[in-house]
Design a protein around this ligand. Structure first.
Ligand SMILES: NC(=O)c1ccc[n+]([C@@H]2O[C@H](COP(=O)([O-])OP(=O)(O)OC[C@H]3O[C@@H](n4cnc5c(N)ncnc54)[C@H](O)[C@@H]3O)[C@@H](O)[C@H]2O)c1
Length: 251
């Protein structure tokens, strides 16, 4: 059913990453124009190039989400290149070492807060007025199954992802009257470089996935959820979480 995002303009952060790139490609296949944002110039450019090579419209904008200037540049690009903004997907994540709070240096904690929580705040601060001016839209914050079921050494990650669940609810409350919906999408373990890189082999990564299917999810399976949340098919959903985790959190 292509065309579910026809006429929509999306900013996708972390667009050079495994899930962010899959979201960009799925959005383009459904007709959206893309502002592909990443701190990594090469990977952001590659995602935009892949969108264009399959007939979609995309620009790559490089910048650190922790800086307000990046937020204003992303929104300005959506307006200048595509005439407005209807969808924001925050998929970027800055990682820290896997350490308990007793061992994690403040600087690492703060750097992840800046990118993973202040980053979406700054982006939405600039994006929402433009979305309102265009009649509304959909915000999708990529959280994680670990917000519900933390693993050792991930206090920084689980707490920041949990904050995104609350942020989406608060945004939903503040902006429903302006026809803006806000939800989180919580992936389970997903077979992309970020996850696979933590294991000696791909087979071992799948074996340790801790899902009910004995395998990792795919970036495309996460992107399918993002398309649903971004499109009018989810028009009665706001302030909630779409958990796509292969049953990870049932056990
Ligand atoms: N892969 C998984 O198993 C998994 C599971 C649960 C949740 N998630 C979440 O899904 C999202 C996407 O994960 P992924 O697997 O695609 O990760 P990834 O590492 O492949 O992609 C993340 C991207 O964010 C970019 N980035 C990092 N810091 C940035 C900054 N300060 N400014 C701008 N861009 C920055 C990186 O360059 C990278 O391209 C993340 O929010 C992650 O927490 C992933």
């Amino acid at each position: 059913m292509p065309g579910r995002l026809r006429g929509k303009v999306a900013i996708v952060t972390g667009a050079g990453g495994g899930i962010g790139r899959a979201v960009c490609l799925a959005f383009a296949d459904e007709g959206a124009a893309l502002v592909c944002s990443d701190i990594n110039r090469e990977s952001a450019g590659e995602t935009a190039a892949q969108v264009r090579s399959r007939g979609g419209r995309a620009v790559a904008i490089v910048g650190d989400l922790a800086r307000e200037q990046t937020a204003s540049e992303l929104v300005a690009a959506a307006r200048a290149e595509f005439g407005g903004l209807t969808i924001v997907v925050n998929s970027a994540v800055r990682d820290a070492r896997y350490l308990p709070v007793t061992e994690l240096p403040l600087a690492e904690w703060q750097a992840t807060i800046d990118a993973n929580l202040t980053g979406p705040f700054l982006l939405l601060k600039h994006a929402i007025p433009v979305m309102i001016a265009g009649g509304g839209g959909s915000i999708v914050l990529i959280a994680s199954q670990l917000a519900r079921a933390p693993k050792p050494g991930r206090a920084w990650y689980a707490s920041q992802k949990g904050a995104l669940l609350s942020l989406a609810k608060a945004l939903a409350v503040d902006h429903a009257a302006q026809n803006i919906r806000a939800n989180t999408l919580s992936p389970g373990p997903t077979a992309d470089q970020r996850f696979l890189g933590q294991w000696p082999s791909e087979a071992e990564a799948h074996r340790n996935a801790a899902t009910l299917f004995g395998r990792l999810g795919t970036p495309a399976e996460m992107a399918a959820g993002a398309v649903f949340l971004a499109s009018d098919e989810s028009s009665f959903m706001t302030g909630t979480d779409l958990l796509i985790d292969g049953g990870y959190t049932t056990v």
